[in-house]
Write a protein of this length. Structure first.
Length: 266
């Protein structure tokens, strides 16, 4: 693994808008899927108002069943661009198809590579060739070593603006959707020098576990968090069990901000 340049070079901080990644704590929040302009706009205003600095919203959804909601796709990208302009936001969405990378660049600030795509090598090579930050989620069946190699695919093509995201791995445990591997945070930071954030929603699949897992991630030294927030989680078209409503997100943020400030200073 030491052959990997991402391991040898220890990447430095980079900017996305006013945010210095690696220095500023990333608070990424928003709905699992963009379901329309109104709900996305309300979510963006609420999450920003509570302290989030990046707005997320799925456009192309990687669903297990082809009959499940697949996302609003191009329409969602257009909504994200509109919100970015109206509210001065930094926005992130997942792109799954390598053929859509170039056409998505004008709409978003960060490209998300989802857990199911971590082994999609043509996609990794494609995002390696662009000048935009990439959030690389851990494959839910991927080892640390495989995850590093995937980051290397991006780095090798010339893109070093990579953020890693631990989002849980599949184990024999069924109480939670996945098992959150918090040891991956310091391991990946030490191995690669890249910023590592944590997504407790997809890791656990349960909204009641989000606050405690957020706190644990901050204490483990994470560089940020990604939380799913929806105006009415019960009616969400994807992941209804793991999204917080606006009030829940706001009280979570009030609890987390002093903890973030404490751990980032010490
Ligand atoms: C997501 O963040 O929208 C998502 C689908 O997550 P994951 O790729 O981790 O399952
Ligand atoms: Mn989701």
């Amino acid at each position: 693994m030491t052959k990997n340049k991402v391991v040898q070079n220890k990447i430095t901080n980079f900017k996305i808008g006013d945010i210095t990644v690696g220095e500023d704590f990333l608070l990424i929040a928003g709905p699992c899927s963009i379901e329309g302009y109104e709900m996305a706009s309300a979510s963006a205003k609420a999450t920003k108002g509570s302290g989030a600095n990046i707005f997320r919203g799925g456009s192309f959804k990687p669903r297990t069943s082809p009959y499940s909601f697949q996302g609003l796709q191009q329409e969602a990208l257009e909504i994200l661009l509109r919100l970015k302009q109206e509210l001065n936001l930094v926005v992130i969405t997942e792109i799954m198809d390598p053929r859509l990378i170039n056409s998505s660049l004008d709409f978003i600030d960060i490209i998300q590579i989802g857990s199911r795509s971590m082994h999609n090598f043509p996609l990794l090579k494609e995002v390696g060739m662009i000048d935009k930050p990439v959030l690389l989620k851990r494959g839910f069946q991927a080892t640390i070593e495989e995850w590093v190699h995937s980051a290397e695919y991006i780095y090798k093509e010339g893109n070093s603006k990579i953020i890693l995201c631990e989002r849980g791995i599949r184990t024999f445990e069924t109480y939670t959707r996945n098992t959150l591997d918090l040891s991956a945070v310091p391991i990946m930071q030490k191995l690669t020098g890249l910023p590592v954030i944590v997504d407790p929603a997809h890791a656990t699949g349960r909204k009641d576990l989000i606050p405690s897992m957020c706190k644990a991630a901050i204490a483990a030294g994470a560089d940020g968090l990604m939380v799913e927030v929806h105006p009415t989680p019960d009616t969400a078209l994807s992941d209804p069990e793991q999204q917080l409503n606006f009030a829940e997100f706001d009280s979570l943020m009030q609890e987390l901000i002093p903890i973030i400030n404490f751990f980032r200073k010490n």
